[in-house]
Design a protein around this ligand. Structure first.
Ligand code: GDP
Ligand code: IMO
Ligand code: MG
Length: 434
């Protein structure tokens, strides 16, 4: 059994939570590698709904181990509240979760500093989740961040907290975004939270490498999506971490030579939350229809998601960046009522036809999608769990996507629940998940 990365191939919310939960029973450990509580991964188990933010979706499988890797930024308030709400729903978290001592700690001052970019005149507003994610990663890269290991070293933490926060308050006052905060109270609150978290904090890179050496298997869970990756996404309309497959190595301390496969998760269409270019966005009634049928509202912020059509060049791009062995196409059922389904098969930029994704948002904003319409199936696919039971036209739609993207569709999701899934027999995906 190999180690596999599962990640989003679009702008997030592709249904990673459902897919990671579904496949996690085949692995020993599920490890998150980047992001923070900006993520919202929804999992339905029967009537019960869980929205995982910092904790890997694998925690929901009794006996499985979950790891929060060094690549994450952790708000201890959000983490402890997530642990408590899962434990009150009967999920065993404390005994099964390990948290990296190298992960960075997120403070209320990070949320305050996010106002520097969001909504200030002269700055581009990205429509972030307002969780302080960007400023916390800024501190990490600027080498002034406070890590989990520092938080647990009480005397060191006190001195470091005071000096880092003094600087943040000065910046906030200078730029007129200061919000009254009681730093002494916050420090005490974090010290108390540190004691709650302490038993779970360890060197997760060594934990994972030793587990792999001993024959255990790891499923790496991405948050956000490749088009939100800080390097490969629609910069600057991205999140501040490496959501792509490369992030799995830097964000956990497991080498590429130890990872056997990469699976992308893609909706049968596309959504995006927040600002930024979106070439296939459907600004007509169709976008609204997708939003309604797909219940496309942010799992974290409740914001309506922007909706649009499947974008083949974008998928080809994210497949190249991540080296997808196979993809999972989710929410096929949401397209059940469309007579014709437009699929973007190429882009025009002025008089040029483009084969690759341009690097700048100035160019991406000007892209004109070239659409081909594929006939819809006008019948319900909701809950179908066998490939043979799919309507012929739905199979043709999937075959069209597979042929144009050049990537295998190894799994199809037809509803939010575990059983509402098809794994294609003989696919590379089936082999990867064992
Ligand atoms: P994630 O962030 O990638 O885990 O995705 P989200 O949880 O933010 O959003 C995906 C939403 O679609 C969730 O509400 C899921 O329960 C739901 N979902 C996942 N797969 C399917 C599917 O195949 N059909 C339908 N109708 N809903 C799905
Ligand atoms: P999951 O893991 C969709 C978006 C925000 C904003 C941009 C930057 O559930 O797929 P940030 O708060 O990260 O600095 O915001 O990234 N964003 C997401 N969009 N799904 C997510 O997570 C997202 N996490 C961040 O809307 O456009
Ligand atoms: Mg989500």
């Amino acid at each position: 059994m190999g180690n596999v990365i599962i990640l989003g191939s679009q702008w997030g919310d592709e249904g990673k939570g459902k897919i990671v939960d579904l496949f996690s029973d085949r692995f020993d450990i599920v490890a998150r590698y980047q992001g923070g509580h900006n993520a919202g991964h929804t999992v339905f188990i029967g009537e019960k709904k869980f929205v995982l933010k910092l904790i890997p979706s694998g925690i929901l499988r009794p006996g499985k181990k979950a790891v929060i890797g060094n690549g994450l930024v952790i708000d201890p308030v959000a983490l402890v509240s997530e642990i408590e709400s899962l434990e009150s729903a009967g999920v065993e978290v404390t005994a099964n979760l390990s948290i990296s001592n190298r992960a960075h700690v997120l403070f209320p001052a990070h949320r305050m500093l996010e106002k520097m970019s969001e909504g200030r005149p002269g700055r581009v507003s990205l429509g972030t989740t307002s969780r302080g994610i960007g400023p916390c990663y800024e501190d990490k890269i600027a080498r002034r961040g406070i890590r989990m290991a520092d938080l647990l070293d009480t005397a060191f933490f006190r001195a470091q907290f005071d000096s880092v926060m003094e600087e943040k308050v000065a910046i906030a006052r200078t730029f007129g975004i200061y919000q009254e905060m009681d730093l002494g109270r916050i420090r005490e609150e974090y010290e108390a939270l540190a004691e709650r978290i302490r038993p779970m904090v360890c060197d997760t890179a060594m934990l994972l490498n030793h587990a792999i050496r001993d024959g255990k298997s790891v499923l790496f869970e991405g948050a956000q999506g490749t088009m939100l990756d800080v390097d490969h996404g629609t910069y600057p309309f991205v999140t501040s971490s490496s959501a792509g497959a490369g992030g799995a190595c830097t964000g956990t301390g497991v080498a590429p030579t130890r990872i056997q496969g990469v699976i992308g998760v893609s909706k049968a269409y596309i959504t995006r939350v927040g600002a930024g270019p979106f070439p296939t966005e459907a600004l007509d009634g169709a976008g609204e229809q997708i939003r309604k049928r797909g219940n496309e509202f942010g799992a974290v912020t409740g914001r309506p998601r922007r909706c649009g059509w499947f974008d083949v060049p974008l998928l080809r791009y994210t497949a190249a960046i991540n080296g997808f062995d196979s993809i999972v196409v989710t929410k096929l059922d949401v397209l059940d009522e469309f007579d014709r389904i437009p699929v973007c098969v190429g882009y025009r930029l002025g008089s040029e036809q483009l084969a690759e994704m341009p690097a700048t948002v100035r160019e991406i904003e000007k892209l004109e999608p070239i659409y081909e319409c594929v006939p819809g199936w006008s019948t319900s696919t909701f809950g179908i769990s066998s490939y043979d039971d799919l309507p012929a036209k739905a199979k043709e739609y999937l075959a069209f996507l597979e042929e144009r993207t050049g990537v295998e569709i190894g799994c199809i999701s037809t509803g939010p629940e575990r059983t509402q899934t098809i794994v294609k027999a003989g696919s590379r995906l089936e082999k990867l998940i064992g």
